[in-house]
Unconditional design. Structure first.
Length: 172
């Protein structure tokens, strides 16, 4: 709005953009707000940040014997250097250990220590409570199923676009 309180005239392209930004913004704001809920809860209930807890949870849910860093990068949608710093911080805190991957000598697998397991086990009831309050007390089962399917479609397309971009970048 300008000083007179009227909306400036926008071109058709910008009107179209505005219509598309509203649902996109809703998705992004929901993600950011939900992430913030997890951050606040983690800070209140544990000595760990939400990224470390996310790492511990993904390591726990991996197959027995740990998970490779490259798989964590993919799951968490973070760079190798970011995951390396998170793993180093968790390793320094005694939460995880890195071991040589017996199937690939170039790689390491990350696994939980007893302390990592204990800290994660203590936090899980709080995490379930947050998820229950934010998702399951807010949405019906049918809404959750629909939302999950719709977001999965958006994620699949987004991952394909990222892969295309990375492929073009490597070609240069």
């Amino acid at each position: 709005m300008d000083e007179s309180g009227t909306e400036p005239e926008l071109s058709a392209e910008y009107r179209d953009l505005r219509k598309k930004l509203v649902p996109t913004g809703a998705i992004l704001h929901a993600h950011l707000t939900l992430s913030r809920v997890f951050e606040v809860d983690a800070a209140e209930k544990t000595a760990h940040d939400s990224t470390t807890l996310d790492l511990l949870l993904r390591v726990r849910m991996a197959s027995p014997g740990g998970i490779r860093a490259v798989d964590l990068c993919e799951q968490m949608q973070k760079s190798a250097s970011h995951i390396s710093r998170v793993v180093e911080r968790a390793e320094s805190a005694g939460l995880v250990v890195r071991r040589a991957d017996t199937t690939d000598r170039r790689a390491h697998k990350i696994d939980l220590t007893k302390r990592g397991e204990r800290d994660l086990d203590e936090y899980i009831p709080h995490l379930i409570g947050v998820i229950d309050r934010v998702i399951f007390a807010t949405l019906s089962s049918a809404e959750i199923e629909t939302l999950s399917k719709l977001l999965s479609k958006v994620e699949t397309t987004s991952r394909r676009l990222i892969a295309e971009h990375e492929s073009r970048r490597r070609e240069k």
